[in-house]
Design a protein around this ligand. Structure first.
Ligand code: HEM
Length: 425
């Protein structure tokens, strides 16, 4: 049956609230309708334009001049109103906000991206296998005797946070604070939170800045082998601007490294385990043929798509898939939908560890903003899963565990809790 045929009895698209937390629990039926009925859809309530097919998302990402990533001012002001003065007053106590990578366009984006790629060298990440394995074993040691755990908070949150703290060269003891700060940035990017939540997030952003300004000064005086030291001492000379980066630039980059890598990887680890437990035949296939591991990781990224949606801003009057777009319109690239597009991924709603083209997913985006941490996230997942499968035998959902809940955030999708039981010790 075609996607359109399955949806004839449902309400019209304009009657659906795309930000409804209930819809965000499972956006895939809505995505299927968008792809079938309106691959480029301007929501009459919000004016936001959704792009939902694989090919059209790729097309938008291939035109960064027309579809800008400099969307933060637009988001801060909401899609209709003015910038909230209370939020501005709090943020005004911190360093000025500058766009460096995720929210910048060329040539600014190109300059910073090059510098960060140097600090996140291939060698630095490729050489991390044994170290990541050590962190994984330590985390498992903490709960394996219990034969049960809440996997997200006891394992998945800790692995990427530990790895990024070590890579940046800041104490692991401060990780709980990183988590609060990371959540605050997610609120800012989501663009849909109420005022109280946004004000609270703004306070945390200031705390984050103060903490990292201290660290920057520390590394300036006493450089060590870590990403902050590399960034602090990096020279913009090659980019025609012979100087070191200032606080606003460094803070912007550190904020992105902290946020972009933690929730996304934690959600991917949690969801991957859940997909295996809930598809026992796929778990068995992976146990029988461990060479499928990298493909299972890609399929998990495709199937979950932790960065489920991402913003763009039209810089000129243009079109997408024949639909006229006006300069200044806010566009939502629906990566989660592109990853379930049956024209690109046959039987796309099926989780299949052997899927031939899993790696062509959009979970890391595409084009000039493709995720800088993709290699690191893959390294963490490819290291963690074999160890988890080896040590946690007879994996199952915990008895009495409630129904699975997803994070109701427009940008980030992930399993909030995963209670599991297992044998081993
Ligand atoms: C499973 C884990 C991850 C997922 C799913 C993910 C997803 C993404 C996506 C979709 C983008 C592109 C955004 C766009 O289209 O504008 C992106 C960009 C980015 N990611 Fe990741 N990411 C992950 C892990 C990481 C890690 C571990 C780091 C760093 C330590 C990181 C750092 C960044 C940065 C800095 C950007 C901005 C790049 C640019 O604008 O040029 N990410 N990520």
């Amino acid at each position: 049956m075609s996607e359109a045929a399955t949806t004839t009895k449902t309400p019209p698209l304009e009657a659906i609230d795309a930000f409804d937390p209930a819809l965000l629990q499972d956006p895939y039926p809505y995505f299927a309708r968008l792809r079938a009925e309106a691959p480029v859809w301007r929501d009459p309530k919000t004016g936001i334009v959704s792009v939902s097919t694989y090919d059209l998302i790729m097309k938008v990402n291939a035109q960064p001049r027309l579809f800008s990533n400099d969307f933060s001012a637009q988001l801060r002001s909401g899609t209709t109103g003015d910038i909230d003065p209370d939020e501005l007053a709090i943020l005004g106590q911190g360093v000025p906000v500058v766009s460096t990578m995720l929210t910048a366009d060329p040539p600014v984006h190109t300059r910073y991206r090059k510098l960060v790629m140097k600090a996140f060298t291939y060698k630095r990440v490729e050489g991390m296998g044994d170290y990541v394995a050590g962190v994984v074993h330590n985390l498992i040691d903490r709960f394996i005797k219990d034969r049960r755990c809440e996997f997200k908070s006891q394992f998945a949150n800790h692995l990427p946070m530990t790895v990024i703290a070590d890579a940046l060269g800041v104490p692991r003891a401060d990780m709980d604070r990183f988590r609060l700060w990371s959540d605050a940035f997610v609120v800012q990017l989501g663009g849909v939170s109420d005022k109280a939540t946004r004000l609270d997030a703004a306070h945390r952003v200031i705390e984050f800045q103060r903490y990292f300004i201290d660290k920057i000064e520390e590394k300036r005086a006493h450089p060590t082998d870590d990403v902050i030291s590399d960034l602090v001492h990096a020279d913009l000379a090659e980019e025609g601007d012979p100087r070191k980066m200032d606080y606003p630039e460094l803070i912007s980059i550190l904020q992105q490294l902290l946020v972009a890598g933690n929730e996304t990887t934690a959600h991917s680890l949690t969801a991957g385990l859940y997909f295996l437990i809930s598809n026992p035949e796929q778990l068995q296939r992976l146990r029988d043929d461990p060479s499928l591991m990298p493909n299972f990781v890609e399929e998990t990224l495709r199937y979950l798509t932790p960065t489920n949606n991402m913003w763009r801003l039209a810089t000129a009057d243009t079109e997408i898939g024949g639909m006229p777009i006006k300069k200044g319109e806010l566009i939502l690239l629906r990566y989660g939908s592109g990853n379930r597009d049956t024209n690109h991924f046959p039987d796309a709603d099926r989780f299949d560890v052997g899927r031939g083209n899993a790696k062509s997913h959009l979970a890391f985006g595409a084009g000039i903003h493709t995720c800088i941490g993709a290699q690191l996230a893959r390294k963490e997942m490819n290291t963690a899963f074999p160890i988890l499968l080896e040590r946690l035998q007879n994996l199952r959902l915990a008895k009495g565990a409630g129904p699975l809940r997803y994070n109701p955030n427009i940008l980030l999708r992930g399993v909030l809790e995963l209670h599991i039981e297992f044998d081993g010790g």
